[in-house]
Design a protein. Structure first.
Length: 303
């Protein structure tokens, strides 16, 4: 049994990881590079950070060839998720709106997970997903200037749900950090290969960072990606998956609060934003709680 101080350390690690994840949207707005160049640089920096973690390269060599290519494909989805995530921030010039859209990931997961993993369909998740739609309805009242940001943000949430569900299906028995290195590396290669197409569709005036962008990208790639993921994984050795999921669901909350505090985005947003965001976050936080209650009732009926 873990000692109390070990469990306390795990809680601190997990919440530090979630706090760092919450910073990604803030950094996306601070970095002057456009979304494609931003993601391209984030990917190679994150991969470099992961490669130096002990056991990562050895874990990559032990992965079967079939799974290796599957994880590479998932890595392309990760890259597309980040491209749309930061694209939403750049289009709407608002980290808060994008983070609110990201919270709709649970809605898509409630539909995709039973289809992909062949797991049992959960009515609770669908009902909470409908509550999320109500939140999106209110969120759309922020104004026409944010409409495209909302659309792109919801696409980003769908991609996040898709790659997370696929990871859940194939991650069993694998070295998580090694898989992350493969996926992030594949995302980097994908953007590099598609450079001519991406450059024609979304012209990037600059690909190589300059000035403060270097510092922000290093923080984003190493602290908010490599370190945050390692901290979250290590915490899972001690605390339950329920507590972990509940904590990670707080990422949009942390991110929005940070955007209001650091970027003063509260001055740009109206009451519809706060109403919509509150409904979406309520659905996100209720999900693990209601799921656990339902599981307890099922166990009681079967005992």
């Amino acid at each position: 049994m873990a000692l109390p101080n070990t469990k306390q350390k795990a809680y601190l690690q997990l919440h530090l990881a979630v706090f760092l994840f919450g910073f990604t949207a803030i950094l996306g707005k601070l970095i002057t590079l456009e979304q494609t160049a931003l993601v391209w640089n984030r990917l190679w920096i994150a991969v470099v950070g992961l490669v130096f973690i002990p056991g990562v390269l050895q874990g990559i060599r032990s992965i079967k060839k079939t799974n290796f290519f599957i994880f590479m494909g998932i890595g392309v989805l990760v890259a597309l998720h980040w491209l749309t995530f930061y694209g939403s921030i750049k289009v709407g010039n608002s980290a808060s709106v994008t983070l609110s859209c990201l919270a709709t990931t649970s809605l898509f997961t409630s539909i995709l997970e039973p289809l992909i993993t062949k797991s049992k369909f959960k009515w609770i998740e669908l009902l909470l997903g409908l509550l999320v739609i109500v939140g999106i309805y209110f969120l759309s009242g922020v104004g026409e200037a944010y409409y495209w940001a909302i659309v792109i943000g919801i696409i980003s949430a769908f991609l996040a749900s898709l790659f997370s569900t696929l990871n859940k299906k194939y991650i069993t028995g694998q070295n998580t950090l090694s898989v992350s290195t493969i996926e992030l590396g594949a995302g980097f290669v994908f953007i590099t290969i598609c450079y001519p197409l991406l450059q024609s569709l979304f012209p990037q005036p600059q690909w190589i960072p300059t000035g403060d962008d270097w510092w922000w990208l290093i923080v984003l790639g190493l602290l908010c990606t490599s370190l945050a993921f390692a901290l979250a994984l290590d915490a899972l050795k001690v605390i339950s998956a329920f507590i972990s999921n509940l904590s990670i669901n707080l990422e949009p909350v942390y991110g929005i609060l940070l955007a209001i505090w650091i970027l003063n985005e509260d001055a740009q947003l109206n009451i519809y934003f706060y109403m919509g965001t509150s409904i979406i976050l309520l659905a996100v936080l209720l999900h693990p709680i209601l799921t656990r209650i339902q599981n307890r009732k099922s166990k009681a009926q079967n005992s």
